[in-house]
Design a protein around this ligand. Structure first.
Ligand SMILES: *Cc1c(COP(=O)(O)O)cnc(C)c1O
Length: 459
């Protein structure tokens, strides 16, 4: 499989470049030139596979000669051995819908599913390449912890994580900052998540700096993350009993990464009816999908901080498709967003989006109410992000097999749970120790030179 950039469809890349670089040098996002499409019969045959065997099957065609099939097999097994569920995820029936629990990994968010695999991809790659790299990543709270857990203690790789100071939950922060490995560096930036993301982008764009430190990225635009996430769409489809009805997924969305993985699964032949973009009050994607206006506004702090984002980086991949896979048109659209903070989707594009997507937006009160009503009715505690996904089905009102992606464990957001149902949601036993560990992070102002200096001093 060969890859191209959304901003240049004539130059091709191998998976190795796509994975290590994350972002193309032209600023575009990597996408495969062509996709493997599965037939109905093939998809039906997936029903007999464990999660791990299905993951091997789905991922292998994407990585080409990066690893042998046998190596990949070992890597997938190793990556998912750290999950608390044998089949990585868990599908439960709750009233008229199903909930796909994706939070059984080491840091209690769905991001572990992709990140554990990436960590082992790095390890494999670095063993063969004899070089040392530095991962720099921005986080709204969950990516950082998942990336740190995946990279900590590995050889020839350091990780620097930028999180917005005082804007992540205390548990999110502790899961990042209490480790003792000397290849992990936490930085609290005096700004919001988009500031952190912009700092990372600016460091990547400075080729002297990024080449010099051999900078690599694991944020949600990394294609390797997307393919790892597409697996659970296939897997949960196979778990649903009645496949005669249409199947819909509601996905709590920030950077458009997780939901794009669902869209990818659909393009690979999985018969998904609608993908529902479920946003909090930072609703740029809801405005884009419902009204055609992708317009950047200020970021509001919410009780679902992992979705407090205005610039949905992965949306560029959809913009590319909506523009008929035309790289020049994609560049123009991205320039509009850069210069005018705005991109208007015409009716034709909007109609096209609505074939695959629907959307909804949740206020803070609606989130708290949803946590409460689900708890009272079903004795189940949803985290605020998953509650947004749950409620979206009531707003969009769509028939079929409705699956909500539960993206985090409630104990990661104890403040919100307490506020909603006046209960303490405990961390799983094996993670309780982090509450009493010493934290280690540096606070730095929102200034790219200061951050670069800080990183250079530590490598
Ligand atoms: C990151 C995250 C999201 C949003 O995922 P995207 O891929 O950015 O859309 C939703 N919920 C939780 C708990 C997250 O950590």
């Amino acid at each position: 499989m060969e890859y191209i950039s959304t901003r240049n469809s004539s130059k091709t890349f191998k998976f190795k470049d796509v994975f290590i670089k994350g972002l193309a040098d032209d600023g575009g996002l990597f996408i495969p030139q062509t996709l493997n499409k599965y037939s109905k019969d093939e998809i039906n045959s997936f029903k007999n596979l464990s999660y791990i065997d299905l993951a091997k099957k789905i991922i292998f065609p994407f990585i080409d000669d990066f690893m042998s099939e046998n190596e990949l097999s070992k890597t997938v097994e190793k990556s998912y051995s750290v999950f608390r569920e044998k089949n990585v995820v868990n599908l439960i029936k709750v009233g008229d819908r199903s909930i796909l629990e994706l939070f059984h990994g080491p840091t209690l968010a769905f991001k572990d599913v992709a990140m554990q695999l990436l960590g082992n991809f790095y390890e494999y790659y670095l063993k063969n390449e004899n070089e040392k790299i530095n991962i720099v990543v921005a986080t709204s709270g969950d990516t950082g912890a998942a990336a740190i857990d995946a990279i900590k203690g590995k050889e020839n790789v350091n990780i620097f994580v930028l999180h917005p100071h005082n804007r992540v939950s205390s548990v999110q922060r502790k899961l990042m900052t209490t480790g003792k490995d000397n290849n992990v560096f936490n930085i609290a930036i005096e700004g919001n998540f988009d500031d952190c993301q912009n700092l990372v982008k600016a460091m990547f764009a400075d080729k002297d700096f990024s080449n010099n430190i051999k900078m690599s990225g694991v944020n949600s635009i990394n294609w390797a993350r997307i393919i790892a996430q597409s697996v659970y769409y296939f897997y949960s489809y196979c778990l649903v009993e009645d496949n005669k009805q249409t199947i819909n997924f509601s996905v709590p969305t920030g950077n458009f990464g997780d939901i794009y993985a669902g869209y990818l699964a659909k393009k690979m032949g999985l018969p998904i009816n609608k993908l529902i973009v479920a946003t909090n009050q930072n609703d740029i994607l809801h405005r884009a999908i419902s009204m055609g206006s992708y317009e950047v506004e200020n970021v509001n702090e919410t009780i679902s901080p992992s979705m407090d984002i205005q610039i949905a980086s992965n949306f560029e991949r959809l913009i590319y498709d909506l523009n008929g896979k035309d790289d020049l048109k994609t560049i123009n659209a991205m320039n509009d967003i850069q210069d005018k903070n705005k991109y208007i989707l015409d009716k034709e594009k909007l109609d096209q989006i609505k074939i695959d997507f629907a959307s909804s937006r949740m206020s803070e009160n609606e989130i708290l109410e949803t946590i409460k009503s689900v708890y009272e009715k079903f004795d189940l505690i949803l985290d605020p992000h998953s509650a947004i996904g749950y409620r979206a089905f009531d707003k969009v009102n769509i028939d079929g097999n409705n699956i909500v992606l539960a993206t985090a464990h409630p104990s990661k957001f104890p403040e919100a749970i307490m506020k909603s149902i006046n209960l303490k949601s405990d961390l799983p036993q094996e993670l309780r120790f982090v509450m009493n560990e010493k934290e280690n992070y540096d606070i730095i102002e929102n200034n790219v030179d200061k951050v670069k200096h800080h990183i250079k001093e530590r490598i």
